[in-house]
Design a protein around this ligand. Structure first.
Ligand SMILES: Cc1ncc(COP(=O)(O)O)c(C=O)c1O
Length: 389
């Protein structure tokens, strides 16, 4: 299996492997990097060939004619997600953190509240705060071991200064694939409080067998307040290309966004366009199908190992390769369970509190790595918490 190949990423300016010692003190020589959300796999051949063709030609100039690129996006969304989009509604940003920041900047004012369902991807709060907007944390509740939303509580929390909600669908961390009913409830909440909805669907291709992602655009009655965001980068492991798509069907919102892109002088990097065009293809689709099977196997191995350790409990992933593990059952203070993971097991992970309210007792493990490493991680954790056995 191609995904079993161990590829040493150390010494390649790799954020996940080359900075874990500086960030977490996890030794580079024996550490396992399970934090930053990229995978330790090569993308499919068609994507590498697209880059190689540029190198072989040798002249890296400005990109022209986006029609094939846009058609590839249209095709992918239609065949993989049943979403018929108009290619003229697509913007290309420098990734989706940039897309999020552009939305906050374009559609809200300084001081406005931006709603997040926490715990959630940490960069959302970072860009909201850095743009002098207010992060409004609506904490999710756990029912039957998975996250759900509690709109009665959120209604009571709103003070009228909120203008935007950022939805993470599927959700990171915890891996929820939101049901149609849940998405309709998000839409109704946004309408009640007059919020623009930014739906970050970057994880939409990485959905575990038995689950089905519904694009937010399939929920009726929110066309005039909806911004969709997608990307090839998580799906195909090409995050270094820093490209993503903001897709807006409402003409007024689209015109405002276009104006802001122009104002900031933003236009895409040609490598992102070449790679995305190659990725959104039948070869890319077959690769993703195999990838998801492999990730599902990793998930099962990781869950079985972690849940066998008394006090540790992982949330069953419906999507994403980001396992979310609850350490509250250990009874240990956060500093102690984190120390054991980082210093005893030598595993670099994301700390729960960075994801906002509700993340305090959790750590996030990236399991998109060859299975032998997942096995190694599970063994190291069992030993680091061996006194609980
Ligand atoms: C929900 C979500 N959005 C965006 C990103 C990052 O997007 P980009 O690399 O395109 O800025 C991540 C990365 O983990 C993510 O989980």
């Amino acid at each position: 299996m191609i995904f079993d190949e161990i590829i040493d990423r150390r010494g390649t300016h790799c954020s996940k492997w080359d900075t874990m010692e500086a960030v977490y003190g996890v030794p580079a020589d024996k550490g396992l990097a399970m934090w930053v959300a990229d995978m330790d796999f090569r993308p499919p051949r068609c994507v590498l060939d697209a880059v190689q063709a540029q190198v072989d030609h040798g002249v890296i100039g400005y990109f022209g004619d986006e029609s094939a690129y846009r058609e590839a996006i249209r095709w992918w969304m239609e065949t993989r997600h049943g979403w018929q989009l108009d290619p003229s509604h697509i913007f290309t940003t420098h990734g989706l953190v940039n897309g999020t920041a552009m939305c906050v900047d374009t559609f809200t004012q300084p001081g406005d509240g931006v709603v997040l369902f926490t715990p959630v991807y940490h960069a959302f709060a970072r860009v909201i705060a850095a743009n002098n907007r207010r992060v409004v944390e609506c904490e999710m509740v756990q029912r039957d071991g998975r996250y759900e939303m509690d709109f009665d509580a959120y209604d009571a929390q709103m003070d009228g200064s909120e203008t935007m909600l950022i939805l993470c669908s599927p959700h990171n961390p915890g891996g929820r694939v939101w049901s149609r009913g849940e998405l309709a409830a998000v839409a109704a909440f946004a309408k009640r409080h007059n919020l623009i909805i930014v739906s970050d669907e970057i994880h939409h291709d990485l959905v575990m067998p038995g689950h089905h992602h519904i694009p937010m655009t399939h929920i009726e009655g929110i066309e005039d307040r909806l911004v969709m965001m997608t990307a090839t980068t998580k799906t195909f492991n090409i995050a270094g290309s820093h490209s993503g798509n903001v897709i807006i069907s409402d003409p007024d919102l689209r015109a405002q966004f276009a104006q802001r892109m122009k104002g900031l002088g933003l236009s895409p990097n040609s490598f992102g366009l070449f790679m995305a065009t190659a990725a959104y293809s039948s070869e890319g689709a077959a690769w993703v199908d195999n990838l998801v099977q492999y990730l599902d196997g990793n998930r099962q191995l990781f869950d079985a190992g972690v849940n066998a350790i008394p006090g540790l409990s992982s949330m069953p992933l419906e999507a994403t390769y980001l396992s979310w593990v609850d350490f509250s059952g250990t009874g240990m203070p956060r500093a102690e369970f984190t120390r054991r993971v980082e210093q005893d097991a030598c595993i670099a992970v994301n700390h729960g509190p960075t994801f906002g309210k509700g993340g305090e007792d959790w750590l996030r493990f990236n399991i998109a790595t060859p299975r032998a490493r997942v096995q190694e991680a599970v063994e190291r954790l069992a030993s680091a918490f061996g006194d609980l056995q």
